[in-house]
Design a protein around this ligand. Structure first.
Ligand code: ACM
Ligand code: ZN
Length: 661
């Protein structure tokens, strides 16, 4: 059956044959170059070319030249073996998914002249979980958009689409038992998340003129699940609990600690009604989504109201829970047991480790990979999606060349460099790392074009991390293939980032700088934030300047009142002509330029002379800024003091180097 389909695909070229092969054909990937270089992506784990090629047009007259079969000799799930000779094509796999992936490779091998090179491919994925998460709450995207991304995922041999269906910004799934979720909680009073979040944060009745948002009907979701399944992709629904639930608690305030709307982000785990609600919702969710895993969120719960809520306190007393972390764990454990009783498994963000991991729960590790490692060491499983390599809401190039993003800097090369399995893991622990996933959070992603720009080509890199063994990976070759795929994606109506014109990292970060203070000791009158130490006490005089993100280990962060206040000892008095430091601003994560900078010098480290004072108003906007604050002139001194204070918004102050000349 599948053979007949592929036969048609090969012989009829650009004709649509059956849904799951159409992407390949419309992409035109294989028609855009006469190059003999491989365009297969992700890179197969073993591929050997021979001499000559097979003429795919033969299949029209002689379909028997192509055989594909399920065999027992292949043990790797989703693996396949493909042999193309001058006379025939043989595709073998242990399962239908393997045949499907073999077909993807085969069509990617086909040249624009209709010929397929003689080749032997023995291939199987490195990881079972090759995921992508789409946040459809912060901005709503229709199922046509999701199907388009499913097509791309299938071509990339990815197999898990995680939908972040619920969050403060809008509930997106029809739940028949709770109609206010879609009649009210799915609609907010501003179309753009940013205006709404920094504005009223209120909801609106469906159909009212100020209602923006939307939701998927159960029928639409069932169709989406089937569409994905045909392409060997499972959809993993995420229903957030106990936090990120402002929209639910606006519609059903009786599920919050105070019982009043617009007061809390967290459900009240002291109330039994909360569990009735969550289980009823999950019943309907499980009826739509047959996935083994149901994602229950679990991230970023503030738990503030729980500390004083009489019901929460009573629950803690009854259950012998010592603190609110254990109360969160109680809720997650209870939901885990419920899912298990229905034959499903619980998946949650790494905060579900707090207060004790529920037995059988799988951790999705996003705050680094440490949560995932803790889970596998405890005998449970994990999916790794660390912000450092997998968060596609970040800038992938110079911020000034791109629309506003959440912040950060995650270029293609960094995604590609992700190695999920540290050497420290034992073999059995490593096996419980199910795989990797990229996440697109959509606070700053209001359109489908923008979303696709954020996803591609970075998803190409993540797909290769997920599929290809490290020894088969090669950045230069991948980059060449990614350029081909970007062009093909554009041709097929996608909107990938313009990789061909990538600007690259901040030029200042590319080479070290030499100056009078380099290597000189720095005294901190106020401490730097340990999480952004950038190497510690030497960071501000190590000659290394930072790139586009404060998270690159080169920017030192200050959050304590007064922020930055340091003195550099140059060792001896010397003539000085300039003193300067760069600061960065990216408002999403509350990183601001300083409002006041004072630069002064001294010869005895006691009596300082102010050289310059800079004062300016800090403005909150969508621009990422890099601003030097300095002094130029002529003086002589041994000690340089640099002070930078924050403005009205508070937040972090970051600098990378105090350059003295
Ligand atoms: C997350 O990014 N809050 C999981
Ligand atoms: Zn409560």
């Amino acid at each position: 059956m599948a053979g007949a389909c592929l036969h048609s695909c090969l012989s009829m070229k650009l004709k649509y044959v059956k849904g799951f092969l159409t992407l390949a054909l419309c992409l035109g990937l294989w028609n855009c170059s006469s190059s003999e270089e491989s365009r297969v992506l992700p890179q197969p784990n073993a591929m050997t070319y021979g001499k000559g090629s097979f003429d795919a047009s033969l299949l029209e007259r002689e379909p028997a030249r192509f055989r594909q079969t399920l065999v027992e000799g292949i043990t790797a799930a989703e693996g396949y073996r493909l042999r193309v000779t001058r006379d025939s094509i043989v595709l073998e796999a242990a399962d239908e998914a393997g045949l499907f992936y073999g077909q993807q490779t085969l069509r990617q091998l086909q040249r624009d002249n209709g010929r397929i090179p003689v080749v032997t491919v023995e291939d199987a994925p490195r990881f079972a979980w090759r995921g992508f998460m789409m946040d459809v709450s912060r901005h709503f995207y229709d199922t046509a958009f999701l199907k388009k991304q499913i097509d791309a995922m299938a071509a990339l041999k990815m197999n898990r689409l995680h939908l972040h269906l619920t969050d403060a910004a809008g509930w997106r799934i029809e739940i028949k038992a709770y109609p206010r979720l879609t009649g009210f909680a799915a609609w907010r009073t501003a179309p753009l998340w940013k205006d709404w979040w920094f504005g009223s944060r209120t909801y609106a009745e469906e159909g009212s003129p100020d209602a923006f948002g939307g939701y998927y009907t159960q029928q639409e979701l069932r169709e989406l699940v089937a569409y994905a399944a045909e392409r060997h992709i499972q959809i993993i629904p995420e229903i957030e609990m106990p936090a990120h639930s402002e929209e639910v608690l606006a519609a059903y305030p009786e599920l919050s600690c105070s019982g009043e709307p617009y007061k809390h982000p967290d459900f009240c785990p002291g109330r039994e009604e909360t569990f009735t609600f969550l289980q009823t919702v999950l019943d309907e969710v499980m009826d739509i989504f047959p996935s083994e895993y149901i994602h229950v969120g679990g991230d970023e719960a503030g738990k503030a109201a729980w500390k004083t809520c009489a019901r929460c306190q009573a629950r803690m007393k009854r259950e012998g829970l010592q603190n609110v972390e254990e109360l969160q764990s109680y809720l997650i454990r209870r939901m885990g047991a419920y899912l298990t009783s229905k034959g499903r498994r619980l998946l949650g963000w790494d905060e579900i480790l707090q207060g004790g991991l529920a037995p059988g729960a799988t951790v999705m590790s996003w705050r680094g990979i440490e949560g995932g490692l803790e889970a596998v060491k405890a005998g449970e499983s994990a999916v790794l999606t660390p912000g450092s390599h997998c968060y596609f809401d970040t800038y992938q190039d110079a911020p000034h060349t791109l629309p506003e993003a959440m912040g950060g800097y995650l270029p293609l090369e960094k995604v590609y460099s992700f190695e999920p399995i540290p050497d420290t893991l034992k073999a059995d622990e490593a096996k419980r790392i199910l795989g990797v996933q990229a996440n697109l959070w959509c606070e700053y992603v209001p359109t489908v074009e923008h979303a696709e720009m954020m996803i591609y080509p970075r998803l190409f890199a993540l797909a290769e991390v997920a599929w290809t063994q490290p020894e088969q990976k090669n950045w230069a070759d991948f980059h060449r293939r990614a350029l081909v795929w970007c062009a093909a994606f554009e041709e097929a109506g996608y909107h990938p980032f313009d990789l061909a014109h990538e600007f690259g990292n901040r030029p200042e970060a590319l080479t070290d700088i030499d100056h009078l203070a380099k290597g000189k000791p720095v005294t901190y009158h106020l401490p730097y934030y340990p999480g952004y130490a950038a190497g510690g006490d030497a960071a501000l005089t190590d000659g290394k300047r930072g790139g586009w993100t404060y998270g690159d280990g080169r920017w030192q962060g200050f959050i304590r009142r007064g922020r930055l206040d340091v003195t550099i000892d140059l060792g001896e008095s010397m003539p000085l002509s300039s003193i300067s430091a760069d600061f960065m601003q990216v408002c999403g994560p509350e990183v601001f330029l300083p409002a006041r900078v004072v630069i002064s010098v001294s010869d005895d480290n006691e009596n300082f002379t102010e050289l310059v004072v800079h004062e300016h108003e800090v403005v909150r906007d969508g621009e990422v800024r890099f601003v030097p604050y300095g002094w130029t002139g002529e003086t002589t001194a041994r000690y340089v003091r640099y002070q930078a204070q924050s403005g009205a918004f508070g937040g972090f102050v970051f600098t990378d180097e105090i350059v003295v000349k």
